[in-house]
Design a protein around this ligand. Structure first.
Ligand code: PHE
Length: 451
C-alpha cells in the first residue's frame, strides 16, 4: 500500500489548515450573514459560539483524524467499528461536495473581478451602476460558469498532484499578504464619510433581533468559517505529525480565522453605509461595496487587482481542502487512484455548480423552500449538514471514544500536561451537544411558547 503522505513542517500544517479556514467564508460570507441577521447582536452570538463550540470541535476533529489516520469516514470506522458514527463522515463528505458546488461559483466570481479590475471596468461608475454590473454578471448564463470551470480546474490539478506539493506551497504565501491588504482597506474604509454608522452596525448589538434563526445562522457560519463538520480537520488531522500540539494548533487557527473575518467586516460595513448599499443585500455585498472604495482610493486600480487576486487565492486554499475531503474518501475508502478520484470529484461537483450558477439567472424561478438553488445550497449545507455532522462528532468524542486515547492525543502521549482538560471534556460531553440540539429545537419553534 502507498505510504500516506504527511505535512513536512509545523508551518505546513498550520498554513494548510489556516488556508482552509480562511477563505470566502471570512470575506464574502461573514459580512453578508452579519448583514442578513441584523449586525452586532449576531456578531456577539457568533464569537461566543466560535469560542465555546467551534474551537473544542476543531480540536476534536484533529483528535479523531490523528488517531484514526484515515479520511473522515475511514477514521470513524477505524475508531469504532461497531457503531455507525461514520455517518458523520458521510455527511461531511456530502457537505464538502455540495458546499464546493456553490463555493466554486463564488470563487469564479473573484476571477471575473480580477479581470474587470485589470480592464478598469469599475472606473467612473456610480455605486448603482456597480451594483447593476454585479447583478447582470451573475445572471449571465455563460460567464460565471466559464470562470467556475477555470477555478475548479485549477483546484482539481493541485489536488491531483498530492498533499504536500500542492497545498503547502500555495498556502504559505497567501495568508500574510491578504492580511496586509485587508488592513490597508480597513484604514481607507474608516476614513469614509458615515464610517461610524458601519462600525455601529457591526459592533453595537440590538438583542431584540435574536431568534432561533439568527442563532442557527451563527452556528452554521461558525462551522462553515472554521471548516468544521465536514471532515476537513479530520482529514488534515490525519496528516499532522505526532510531535505537534493539537490544542495550540486549533487555538491559533480559530484566532486567525476570526481575526480576518473581523478585519473584513471593518473594511466592508463602513463602505456599505458610505455608499448607501443595503447591509442585508446578500451574496453580492463584498462585490458591490468594495469596487466603490477602490474607485476613491489613490492607487485603487492596483489595490483592486491585488485584492480580488488574493481573494481568489484565499478561495483556492479552501476549495483545495474541500475537494481533498471528497478525493481522500475516494482514495482511502474506495481505493481509487488519486488522479482518477480527482477527475471524478471535479466533474460531479462542477456539474452541480452549473445549476447553482444558473439559479442566479435563467433558472431563478425554480423554488427550493423559498430560495433559489444557490441560496438553498448555501443555507442548507451550513445550517443543517455541518451542524448535524458536528453534533455526531462531539457525541462520539464526548461519550464513546476511549478517554485515554483522547488524552494521549491531546498531551502527545503524556509529554506535557493539558491545562484545559476538564473544561474541554465538559464542553464536548455537555455544552456542545446540548447547545446544538437546543438551537435545532429553538429554530423548529419548539420553544415558541416562551416568546
Ligand atoms: N472555511 C472556508 C471559508 O471560510 C470555506 C470552507 C468551508 C472550507 C467549508 C472548507 C469547508 O471560506
Amino acid at each position: 500500500m502507498e505510504k500516506r503522505e504527511g505535512f513536512s513542517s509545523k508551518f505546513g500544517i498550520l498554513a494548510a489548515a489556516v488556508g482552509s479556514a480562511i477563505g470566502l467564508g471570512n470575506i464574502w460570507r461573514f459580512p453578508y450573514v452579519v448583514g442578513k441577521y441584523g449586525g452586532g447582536a449576531f456578531l456577539i452570538v457568533y464569537l461566543g459560539i466560535v469560542a465555546a463550540i467551534g474551537l473544542p470541535l476543531m480540536l476534536s476533529e484533529f483528535v479523531i483524524g490523528r488517531e484514526g489516520k484515515q479520511d473522515a469516514i475511514g477514521s470513524f470506522k477505524k475508531l469504532d467499528s461497531k457503531r455507525p458514527f461514520f455517518v458523520s463522515g458521510v455527511l461531511g463528505v456530502l457537505a464538502a461536495f455540495f458546499i464546493l458546488s456553490f463555493y466554486g461559483v463564488v470563487a469564479g466570481w473573484t476571477l471575473e473581478y480580477v479581470f474587470a479590475s485589470i480592464t478598469n471596468k469599475f472606473a467612473g461608475q456610480s455605486s448603482e451602476q456597480i451594483g447593476n454590473m454585479f447583478g447582470s454578471f451573475i445572471a449571465d448564463p455563460y460567464r460565471p460558469i466559464m470562470w467556475q470551470i477555470v477555478f475548479m480546474g485549477i483546484t482539481g490539478l493541485i489536488v491531483s498532484t498530492g498533499v504536500q506539493k500542492g497545498i503547502e506551497k500555495v498556502a504559505k504565501i497567501m495568508v500574510p499578504l491578504l492580511l496586509v491588504l485587508i488592513i490597508i482597506l480597513d484604514i481607507k474604509a474608516l476614513s469614509l464619510p458615515n464610517s461610524m454608522e458601519g462600525l455601529k452596525f457591526l459592533f453595537q448589538p440590538d438583542f431584540s433581533v435574536i431568534d432561533g434563526r439568527v442563532v442557527l445562522g451563527a452556528l452554521g457560519h461558525a462551522f462553515f468559517s472554521l471548516s468544521l463538520g465536514m471532515g476537513i480537520m479530520i482529514t488534515y488531522g490525519s496528516y499532522i505529525s505526532d510531535k505537534e500540539n493539537l490544542g495550540s494548533t486549533a487555538l491559533q487557527i480559530s484566532l486567525a480565522d476570526t481575526f480576518i473575518a473581523l478585519l473584513a467586516g471593518i473594511a466592508i460595513f463602513p463602505a456599505v453605509f458610505a455608499y448607501g448599499v443595503d447591509p442585508s443585500d446578500g451574496a453580492g455585498l463584498v462585490f458591490i461595496t468594495l469596487p466603490n472604495v477602490f474607485n476613491q482610493m489613490p492607487g485603487g486600480y492596483i489595490f483592486s487587482i491585488m485584492f480580488f487576486a488574493l481573494l481568489a487565492l484565499a478561495a483556492l486554499t479552501s476549495t483545495i481542502s474541500l475537494l481533498e475531503v471528497v478525493v481522500a474518501y475516494l482514495v482511502d475508502s474506495l481505493k481509487m487512484a488519486r488522479k482518477r478520484a480527482s477527475i471524478l470529484a471535479f466533474t460531479g461537483i462542477t456539474l452541480v455548480g452549473f445549476f447553482a450558477s444558473l439559479s442566479n439567472g435563467p433558472l431563478a424561478h425554480l423554488d427550493f423552500f423559498g430560495n433559489n438553488f444557490f441560496d438553498f445550497l448555501d443555507e442548507t449545507t451550513a445550517n443543517y449538514f455541518l451542524t448535524t455532522a458536528a453534533l455526531i462528532s462531539v457525541i462520539f468524542v464526548g461519550w464513546f471514544m476511549d478517554k485515554g486515547r483522547i488524552k494521549g492525543q491531546l498531551s502527545n502521549e503524556g509529554k506535557f500536561s493539558i491545562g484545559y482538560e476538564s473544561i474541554y471534556f465538559a464542553i464536548i460531553k455537555y455544552v456542545a451537544p446540548i447547545g446544538i440540539v437546543l438551537v435545532f429545537l429553538y429554530q423548529l419553534g419548539v420553544f415558541g411558547f416562551m416568546e
